[in-house]
Write a protein that binds this ligand. Sequence first.
Ligand code: ADP
Ligand code: MG
Length: 477
Amino acid sequence: MTFDDLGLSPEVLKALAEAGYTEPTPIQSKAIPYVLMGRDVLGCAQTGTGKTASFTLPMIEILASGRARARMPRSVILAPTRELAAQVAESFEKYGKHHKLSKALLIGGSSLVEQERKLDRGVDVLIATPGRMIDLFERGKVLLADVKILVIDEADRMLDMGFMPDVERIVGLLPPLRQTLFFSATMPPEIRRLADKFLSNPKEVSVDPPASPAETVTQALLRVTGAAKEKRAALRALIESEDIASALIFCNRKRDVDIVFRSFKKHGYSVAAMHGDMAQPVRMETLAAFKNSEVQLLICSDVAARGLDIPAVSHVFNFDVPTNAEDYIHRIGRTGRAGRSGKAYTLALPDEVRALADVFKMIGREIPECDVAEVEGWSQEKALREGGRSRRGRKPARERGRKERAERQPRSESKPKSERKAQEERPKRSARVEPISEKEKAKPKRRKTEEDEVASSSGESSPFGDHIPAFMMRSVA
Ligand code: ADP
Ligand code: MG
């Protein structure tokens, strides 16, 4: 099958040739004809297999006829993070370079004035994170009555309980007669059921069994005894033993992103950090530096887990086992994209076995364990010996963790509602710390929001207010 066979216009074919694409990927071959027919589509395919073009190319064709009116976008693409929304906007630009379609990128943390000006002129496609989009709607800057196509990228993430209220609200503002497209690499059954609310007689297009990790990624597991310090030592040894172009290192908590970042910086690595509490210009600059290979290692939270396409990423390290199994697929899917090969290592402490079991269950097999002896210059005993010395006098990690959790405030008390509304990317993962019953397991997951974590780590719930005592700033190994 060729792009020609898919019935795409000469302008789009030209843009694809210029992008160096010779043939459509399986999800593109399967999904594009249905989108062009005007059908609702629920598309599921592995990470890095070209889902963006699966919806963008036919959208360009559909939008090519017709004109945008002021403040009335003709189509909307929603994404869970600002960085992903920006990347989708770039793809739209790339594939639509021979068309005269206009777009606006509505994301938090960047100039409202400029976004409003674009909307005033009329846009064919609006690419947004839900929070900013609602914000602009409430200010009367955008009217949604003319939207003919709605795309939700990373759809399962957007329908989990953190984002769902915003998505429901936005969908409620759209005309009921529209085309709706959902795409993701994962689609848990409970979320799939929720999706039906928004789709009308959808064509389900899936390329592999749902939730299968990209085949191009070699996975390995390193079991570590001890605590975070031993993990950092193990991670350094792994990094030394691998030939790394660029790597993403995922931590479950923003606080740990900061700790691992400081530790690696101290050890002389080319490293940067990214998580949802950082100012947007810093996030964008950091990501740009990482993409340009000015920085080799990016320590990050799950804000970087979904959708980002950075070809130079040769390795992904899970410093922590993700607490939501789907995130495993998405994190490791940041490497091995577009047919390249990649490697993903997961470090696991004994108290992460349950999260690990969830991952095994979802991917349908265990992750092969790598032999510690293969990791040059590192041995579990040595790490424990070294780690043991400097941890003297501190409480065991398990106890510290419990205290931190107990200090956390419930979401509803963490911030006034109005303040919460103004923020974006609020959804965040839930640390599943309590044992869960079978009945609860069946329910859609409630994931923690960005603010939940802000409140627990640095916000109002801190007994120190804005001041960070010196002992909390101690250097780390
Ligand atoms: P997904 O959304 O499925 O994770 P993306 O849409 O981000 O994947 O695409 C992953 C990479 O594959 C991108 O770098 C994109 O440029 C590239 N790509 C997409 N379609 C093709 C194609 N038909 N031929 C070659 N490369 C492609
Ligand atoms: Mg994608």
